[in-house]
Design a protein around this ligand. Structure first.
Ligand SMILES: *Cc1c(COP(=O)(O)O)cnc(C)c1O
Ligand code: SF4
Length: 331
C-alpha cells in the first residue's frame, strides 16, 4: 500500500490575536471591554481546544472572561502588587521555592499553554531568569542535599510545556534522589490542550518510579468536554492521582450552582476537588475579586450541599505562612 501523503498539518493550535477570537465569537471589542493595552502588558494566548468551549455571542461567557484582556486590568487598584505572595523572598535560589515543609516547588519552564488574566505569576520576571534548564540542574542538586524533602512540585509556567525528552530527563534526575517519594505536576494542559497528553507522555508518566500526582486547574465545568473526559480517564487508568484547584473568580464561578456543577463534573471525571483559592492580589486582576464576606457565604452553602469528598478546601495564601491558610467560616 502506498502510504498516503500526509498533508502538512497547518491547523493552528493557538489564538494569539484577541480580535480574531472576538470575530469568531461574533462579539465586538466594545461589547466585551477589550483593551489592547492590557493585551500588551500580558500577552494574549489561548489554545483552539479551549476556544471551542466558549459560547458564541456571549459577552459574559465564563471561559472568555478568564482569558480576555480587558480595560479594568489597566486600572490602579489598592492592595494589588506585582508579587503578591512575596515569592521573591521564598526563593532558595532562582526557580526553587521552599515555603512548605517536605515539599519543594521547582519552576521548570516559563511557558504556559494559556494565559489566564488572573495569574499571580503574570509579572514574574521570567525574562531575567534565563537559563531555566541550567538552573534546574542546580536546583535538583539542592533538593538532593535536603533529606526533609519527599515531594517535588513541578510548576512554572506549565511543566507540560517541556518536551517529552526534557521531561524524561527531569524524571530520571528526580528518580535518582533516594528521599523523594512523589512528583506533583501542576498543569492546565490536560484540560485546555488535551492533545498534549499523548500515549508517549502517558508511557513516560507510567514509567516513572516515583508516584505521580497531577493537580489540574479548572475553574468552570464548561472547560470539561468530551476531549478532556477521555484524557482524564487515561490518566486515571495509569494510576495517576488527579486533583483540581480552582480560583474563586468574580463573573466566572462566584456562585453556588456553578461550583456545585464543577465539583460534580470533576468527580465524574475521576478528579478530586482539592483547593478553592481566593484571588492573589496581583496587579491587573482586581475585577476578579470576590469579597471575603461573599466567599464565606458561598462556601457555607457549598458545605451544606456537597458530600465531603466533593468539597474543595477554601484557602488563601499569606506571604510568610507555613501552609495555605484555610478560611474559617465557623460552625
Ligand atoms: C501551594 C504551594 C505548595 C503546595 O502546597 P499544598 O498545600 O501541599 O498543595 C508548595 N509550595 C509552594 C511554594 C506553594 O505555593
Ligand atoms: S496556566 Fe497557571 S501559570 Fe500559566 S497563566 Fe494560567 S494561571 Fe498562570
Amino acid at each position: 500500500m502506498i502510504p498516503r501523503k500526509k498533508t502538512q498539518n497547518q491547523t493552528k493550535s493557538y489564538f494569539s490575536d484577541p480580535l480574531e477570537l472576538l470575530k469568531q465569537l461574533n462579539l465586538s471589542a466594545e461589547q466585551v471591554g477589550f483593551s489592547a493595552l492590557a493585551a500588551k502588558k500580558f500577552r494574549f494566548k489561548v489554545p483552539v481546544a479551549f476556544v471551542s468551549k466558549i459560547k458564541v455571542n456571549d459577552a459574559q461567557d465564563p471561559l472568555l472572561r478568564q482569558i480576555l484582556p480587558v480595560q479594568q486590568e489597566t486600572d490602579a487598584a489598592q492592595g494589588y502588587s506585582d508579587d503578591p505572595l512575596s515569592e521573591a523572598q521564598s526563593e532558595a535560589q532562582p526557580g526553587l521555592l521552599q515555603k512548605y515543609h517536605g515539599r519543594a516547588l521547582l519552576l521548570v519552564t516559563p511557558s504556559c499553554v494559556i494565559h489566564c488574566r488572573y495569574c499571580f505569576r503574570r509579572h514574574y520576571p521570567y525574562e531575567d531568569k534565563a537559563h531555566f534548564w541550567q538552573q534546574l540542574k542546580k536546583n535538583i542538586a539542592q533538593i538532593s542535599q535536603n533529606n526533609a524533602i519527599s515531594e517535588v512540585i513541578l510548576s512554572g509556567g506549565d511543566p507540560l510545556s517541556l518536551s517529552d525528552r526534557r521531561l524524561s530527563e527531569l524524571f530520571s534526575l528526580l528518580q535518582s534522589i533516594p528521599h523523594l517519594k512523589r512528583i506533583r505536576i501542576h498543569t492546565r494542559f490536560a484540560v485546555v490542550e488535551p492533545k498534549r497528553i499523548t500515549d508517549r507522555l502517558l508511557n513516560l508518566l507510567s514509567a516513572c518510579s516515583l508516584q505521580i500526582i497531577m493537580v489540574l486547574h479548572i475553574n468552570h465545568a464548561q472547560e470539561i468536554g468530551v476531549d478532556t473526559h477521555q484524557v482524564f480517564a487515561q490518566l486515571a487508568q495509569r494510576n495517576i492521582l488527579l486533583f483540581n484547584q480552582s480560583v474563586l473568580l468574580a463573573g466566572v464561578n462566584d456562585n453556588v450552582a456553578t461550583l456545585i456543577r464543577l465539583s460534580e463534573k470533576l468527580v465524574e471525571n475521576h478528579v478530586i476537588p482539592y483547593y478553592l483559592h481566593t484571588l492573589d492580589r496581583v496587579t491587573g486582576s482586581h475585577h476578579f475579586e470576590v469579597s471575603m464576606k461573599d466567599a464565606k457565604t458561598i462556601y457555607q452553602k457549598l458545605r451544606e450541599q456537597l458530600p465531603g469528598y466533593m468539597l474543595p478546601r477554601l484557602v488563601c495564601e499569606i506571604p510568610g505562612e507555613k501552609c495555605k491558610i484555610p478560611i474559617e467560616i465557623g460552625a
